[in-house]
Design a protein around this ligand. Structure first.
Ligand code: KG4
Ligand code: ZN
Length: 341
């Protein structure tokens, strides 16, 4: 994808909204580099500790940016703009990226681009590197964004015009996975562990109730309580039969997430369906979406694993579209922890 006047755009993007410090260099929508430094420090606390996240971002940001620029084989003077995640996310964590991006853009005398993290998860679908000869979705399409902090069904009318048509009224889908895993004694983040154990288990072994909420909205707090009750009542099963429990929890959550998503697609008459966010790395979500695509004649878009969880390449994808619209940020802008889509 290139500008009409054929001028390539090279952007350095920075992501620091939660517990991954990431920097990427994109030329238009092609990823030249995408560095992600995770933060192991949170594991022993069973969840992200905001103060520790900010401190780790401060330690990681310079080496990560440096590596992204070197790996892209460019020099700083090739950059046309610096993009950063403005929100939503943890305030202290966001501030590290914001401050770094502002000073870097000022030093290089190039524009800043403020990116919404949730839009960026969706726009990861426009990265050329998603597959060999990859063709991105055409608008309009529907995206189910499922992460550790959000659960949204998004109607994507154009890359920069999106409407949330359904969302969670309490916990996020990723939290439902992580909190269930914690109750089962599994390490944080529990989502990938549940996925792994579920592969060996029987999804019909145990019954967990599907939450009931109107419209295209979701709720997960009651689900967490039902897992808690189960663990209290069945200590032997937790000890001896984790795969069956994980498979049953996962299939309930995945069916619940996809049923509403598919209902929305049918109601709106949209036949292109995409998934995004950390939970879209889940193998059952991917398999069931693929199958539904075949059954309903839908075109489905499943991102590469590296673009599902938090990464700076997706921030660069949004920045590319914003650059073309001359949607530049200001040096006075601050992070917004609860930035809306
Ligand atoms: O998008 P993300 O990296 O960060 C946020 O913006 O929240 O999502 C992280 C979430 C965590 O809750 C993690 O457990 C979940 O994504 N996750 C998974 C899988 N991989 C990551 N959940 C279920 N199955 C997976 N394979
Ligand atoms: Zn995210």
């Amino acid at each position: 994808m290139m500008l009409e006047d054929n001028k390539d755009i090279t952007i350095l993007s920075i992501e620091s909204s939660c517990d991954e410090t990431s920097a990427a260099v994109l030329r238009n929508t092609r990823v030249l580099s995408n560095y992600i430094a995770g933060q192991k420090v949170h594991e022993k606390y069973g969840g992200v500790v905001p103060e520790l996240a900010s401190r780790a971002h401060m330690q990681n940001i310079l080496p990560v940016v440096d590596a992204a620029i070197k790996d892209a084989n460019i020099s700083k003077s090739d950059l046309d703009a610096i993009a950063y995640t403005r929100g939503p996310g943890l305030m202290g964590a966001l501030l590290v990226g914001v401050s770094f991006a502002k000073s870097f853009a000022q030093a290089l005398d190039i524009p800043l681009i403020e990116v919404n993290h949730m839009k960026a998860h969706v726009l990861a679908h426009f990265l050329d590197n998603n597959a060999e000869n990859y063709i991105p979705p055409s608008c309009p399409f529907l995206c189910l964004t499922i992460s550790g902090g959000h659960t949204q069904i998004v109607h994507v009318k154009s890359p920069l015009e999106m409407e949330v048509i359904g969302s969670t009224i309490d916990d996020a889908a990723g939290e439902a996975f992580d909190k269930s895993a914690k109750l089962l004694g599994l390490p944080y983040p529990g989502g990938p562990m549940i996925d792994k154990l579920a592969k060996e288990g029987n999804p019909k072994a145990y019954d967990f109730p599907k939450p009931k909420v109107d419209d295209y909205n979701y709720s997960f707090s009651g689900f967490k309580t039902s897992v808690l009750r189960f663990v209290e009542k069945n200590p032997d099963a937790v000890k001896n039969n984790l795969p069956d429990i994980c498979a049953s929890i996962q299939s309930t959550l995945v069916d619940y997430l996809l049923e509403k998503f598919f209902e929305a697609a049918k109601d709106l008459g949209i036949d292109q369906l995409a998934i995004a966010g950390g939970v879209s790395a889940n193998s059952e979500v991917r398999d069931k979406l693929r199958l539904a695509g075949e059954q309903n004649n839908w075109k489905v878009f499943i991102p590469k694993f590296e673009y599902c969880t938090d990464n700076a390449a997706m921030i660069g994808a949004s920045a590319y579209f914003q650059f073309k619209q001359k949607d530049f940020g200001s040096l006075d802008a601050n992070a917004i922890a609860r930035l809306k889509l």
